[in-house]
Design a protein around this ligand. Structure first.
Ligand code: NAP
Length: 285
């Protein structure tokens, strides 16, 4: 149920550090485009400040804040402080959105549906299953990788995960033990065995200020039919995306996912679905 338009929404983001967050820009545009009053604050909470995290969640419970996003390093730290997780957040093992329902603090994860929605926008009606069926190679096995793997499995993709540390990839695979999830390390990757038509980078490699770096392993070349999705959104064109486009491939960075996960959280908190065009436009001006 949408709240009355006179309501003053107090929203925000928990993480550390938060200096360069784009979330306020997206949520302030969402509030304005839906004709709502409110603000979106940054709450930088140091990873060791357990009490600070607890106190902030109590402000949601008290109705002082209507919603919080959560980012690194708190996506897992908040879980023991919540009353319930949605099935999506439970399967992924990470929370990026917190809200109060019937006096219960609920943890949701909108990264997974946000990624899938933007992936579908990106692939559109081009055939993503040419050649090798729906086969994805996911680079990285951290928090974002868990959301991406959850979304891709849900959408019927076969997935290979490549990680720097085998034990992290094993942990990820064991969370999805209803599926066969082949894993390997960057150093053991055997490109001849890895047929794929979607590459998803979930590592921070290539992010500002390291814009000259690409996560693509040196011995891996991109197939002619591959779609490239880089979760990094700063810069707008990463080296991975630039190189793939130079090869004539369809490639995108992760701004669309950032916008989608924000819009889905916003709808949970306010009951209003913000127009995506307005949210995209905030980055064009
Ligand atoms: P995370 O939990 O720290 O995971 C990062 C992963 O990348 C880990 O597996 C890490 O391995 C690996 N990695 C880091 N540096 C590496 C390197 N030099 N070589 C190989 N692997 C490396 O972080 P996250 O939350 O998943 O976020 C990852 C990236 O996704 C960030 O750039 C973030 O901004 C982006 N992201 C974008 C969106 C979006 O909406 N577009 C949403 C979420 C995240 P180790 O554990 O061994 O370091």
């Amino acid at each position: 149920m949408p709240r009355p338009s006179t309501f003053d929404f107090r929203l925000g983001l928990i993480g550390y550090p938060l200096g360069h967050s784009l979330s306020p820009k997206i949520h302030l545009a969402a509030l304005k485009s839906c004709g709502l009053d409110g603000d979106y604050s940054l709450f930088p909470i140091h990873p060791d400040d357990k009490q600070g995290l607890k106190d902030l969640l109590e402000r949601v419970r008290a109705g002082e804040l209507q919603g919080l996003n959560v980012t690194i390093p708190h996506k897992q730290n908040v879980i023991p402080l919540l009353d319930e997780l949605t099935p999506t957040a439970r399967s992924i093992g990470a929370v990026n959105t917190i809200y109060l329902r019937e006096n219960k603090l609920i943890g949701e994860n909108t990264d997974a549906p946000g990624f899938l929605s933007d992936l579908n926008r990106f692939i559109g009606n081009r055939d993503a299953s040419r050649g090798v069926g729906k086969s994805a190679l996911v680079l990285g096995a951290g928090g974002a990788a868990r959301a991406v793997v959850y979304a891709l499995l849900d959408d019927g993709w076969n997935i290979n995960v490549v990680a720097r540390r085998l034990e992290q990839a094993q942990q990820l695979a064991s969370s999805f033990n209803n599926y066969q999830l082949p894993i390997t390390t960057f150093s053991d990757l055997q490109p001849s065995r890895e047929a794929f038509n979607l590459l998803v980078n979930t590592t921070p490699i290539g992010m500002t200020p390291n814009t000259g770096q690409s996560p693509l392993p040196e011995n891996l070349s991109l197939p002619d039919n591959a779609f490239i999705y880089d979760l990094v959104y700063n810069p707008r064109e990463t080296k991975l995306v630039k190189d793939a486009r130079a090869q004539g491939l369809n490639a995108t960075t992760g701004l669309g996912m950032l916008i989608e996960q924000a819009a889905l959280a916003f709808e949970i908190w306010t009951g209003h679905n913000p127009p995506r065009k307005v949210l995209w436009n905030t980055f064009e001006t």
